[in-house]
Ligand binder design. Structure first.
Ligand SMILES: [Zn+2]
Length: 221
């Protein structure tokens, strides 16, 4: 799996579902592809999202690959878990799958969702915790970037899901990344998740007048 003649540093982003990358830190991921080889690990294929249930996982896996291509991601690894099932129960299985791939790729930077899972989805929270656990175990990973949203964006998403956690105060955010230049790619990546188009349109209309920035909490060692 080692990339031949690689010279760029690596960033690996770990998500629960296809579309978490696009709806989440896609502007930043696109920006990082200019200086890093960027990979995505996705725990599930989003089998319980909107759309036809029979082969939704297959459709959504392809949509993630399409989105990744738009963003300039090198490759996507699916970890083989089922959408909606991530919990303590799978903690060690998930951790060892992530660890195994990271030991091969040797990224310097890891990215995942913040500990509240941004939207409060339990799968997101599990992935965030497990990624933090793996980060602490692997000495070659120097930085963990937690994607988060600020209070303004969270307020706009209030009735989107069930419980939507409050966003972060700007004073608590460690890093603000200007993603204005990548807004068109973010939109394109979101719309690449065709089975989730209704969701993408709703989120985009709510985000349109917010600053084109993405927010992160940063852990370093
Ligand atoms: Zn998700």
């Amino acid at each position: 799996m080692k990339v031949k003649g690689k010279s760029k540093k690596l960033l690996v982003a770990v998500f629960a579902h296809p579309d978490d990358e696009a709806f989440g830190p896609s502007g930043t991921l696109a920006k990082f592809t200019k200086t890093h080889d960027v990979y995505i690990l996705c725990a599930t294929k989003g089998e319980t999202g909107m759309g036809p249930k029979s082969n939704l996982g297959k459709i959504r896996a392809q949509e993630l690959k399409n989105s990744a291509k738009i963003l300039g991601i090198k490759d996507v690894y699916f970890l083989g878990f089922k959408d909606g099932t991530l919990s303590n129960n799978l903690y060690h299985k998930l951790a060892s799958k992530i660890e195994k791939i990271l030991k091969q790729l040797k990224p310097e930077i890891l990215m995942t969702q913040e500990p509240q899972g941004v939207s409060g989805h339990i799968d997101h929270i599990t992935v965030s915790m497990v990624t933090s656990f793996v980060f602490n175990k692997l000495p070659f990973v120097k930085t963990l970037m937690y994607y988060c949203i600020d209070e303004k964006a969270a307020a706009k998403m209030k009735n989107y899901f069930i419980y939507f956690p409050p966003g972060y105060k700007r004073s608590d955010v460690d890093k603000v990344i200007d993603t204005a230049k990548y807004w068109h790619l973010k939109k394109e990546a979101m719309m690449a998740h065709k089975s989730q188009a209704e969701d993408a349109k709703t989120v985009l209309s709510r985000m349109e007048d917010l600053p084109k920035e993405e927010y992160f909490l940063i852990n370093t060692k």
